[in-house]
Design a protein around this ligand. Structure first.
Ligand SMILES: [Zn+2]
Length: 215
C-alpha cells in the first residue's frame, strides 16, 4: 500500500498545481488532480469521472454532513493537546498550535511540525510547533483529525516511513481512507473554487443547541 503513503508537506509534486484554473477563470475540462498524484492511475481516473459527473460533492456531504466548530487557535490547541495526551503521553509538549493561512498557498503544505532548539546557558530546550493549514477550519472533524494525527506522529517519527504510518493508524485506524477522502475533497474544492462546508453550518445545524464561541 505504499502508493497511498505520501508527504503532506512541501512536496515538489504540488509545485504550480494549486493554480488549476485556466486564465479565463473557467476550470479545465480535464482536471489534473494534483492531490491524487500518488494514487494508482485507475483510481485517479475514477476520481476524475466523479468530479466531472458532479458526484463528489453529494458523496462527500453524505459521508461528512457537518463541519467541526474548532475554528480558533485556542480551540485547535485544546483539540491537539487532548489527542497528544491520549496517544502520545511521553512525547514532547507543544508550545504552539495554530491555523496558518499561508501554509497551503505559499508552502504547498497542509500541516507543519517544527522543532526549534533554544539554548539557555547549558540547557537546550526544544520548542515544538504545529501549524495546520487554515482551510481545515472549514472541514469535517474527521479531516482535521487526520492532519493533526499526521503532525502529532512527527513528534516521534520525523520521516514518512513505516513506523510513522503505524503510529498514524494507531491513533486513527482509518487514517489512509481519510487521507484519500481529504484529497478527493481538495481536488473538488480546487475545481469548484469554494469550500464545501460553510463555517456557520455547524452552529445552525443543531436544533436548539448553543455553540460556545471563543472570540
Ligand atoms: Zn509529514
Amino acid at each position: 500500500m505504499t502508493g497511498l503513503h505520501m508527504a503532506l508537506h512541501s512536496s515538489p509534486k504540488y509545485s504550480g498545481a494549486l493554480n488549476n484554473t485556466a486564465p479565463g477563470g473557467k476550470p479545465p475540462c480535464h482536471p489534473a488532480l494534483p492531490y491524487l498524484s500518488a494514487y494508482p492511475a485507475p483510481l485517479r481516473e475514477q476520481a476524475r469521472q466523479w468530479l466531472q459527473q458532479d458526484k463528489l460533492e453529494p458523496w462527500l456531504l453524505d459521508k461528512h454532513p457537518q463541519p467541526h466548530d474548532l475554528r480558533t487557535d485556542k480551540a485547535l490547541y485544546g483539540y491537539v493537546a487532548e489527542l497528544r495526551s491520549r496517544y502520545m503521553r511521553n512525547a514532547a509538549q507543544l508550545q504552539k498550535v495554530l491555523y496558518d493561512s499561508k501554509l497551503h498557498v505559499v508552502h504547498n503544505a497542509l500541516g507543519l511540525h517544527t522543532r526549534k532548539a533554544q539554548v539557555h546557558g547549558s540547557r537546550i530546550n526544544t520548542r515544538h510547533e504545529i501549524r495546520i493549514a487554515a482551510l481545515f477550519k472549514q472541514t469535517p472533524e474527521a479531516f482535521l483529525r487526520m492532519i493533526v494525527v499526521h503532525e502529532l506522529a512527527h513528534l516521534r517519527e520525523p520521516e514518512h516511513d513505516k513506523a510513522f504510518y503505524q503510529l498514524c493508524t494507531h491513533m486513527l485506524p482509518d487514517y489512509h481512507q481519510l487521507e484519500f477522502e481529504l484529497r478527493l475533497y481538495l481536488s473538488w474544492s480546487e475545481h469548484a473554487g469554494r469550500s464545501l462546508w460553510q463555517p456557520d453550518q455547524a452552529a445552525t445545524a443543531g436544533s436548539g443547541t448553543t455553540t460556545a464561541e471563543q472570540s
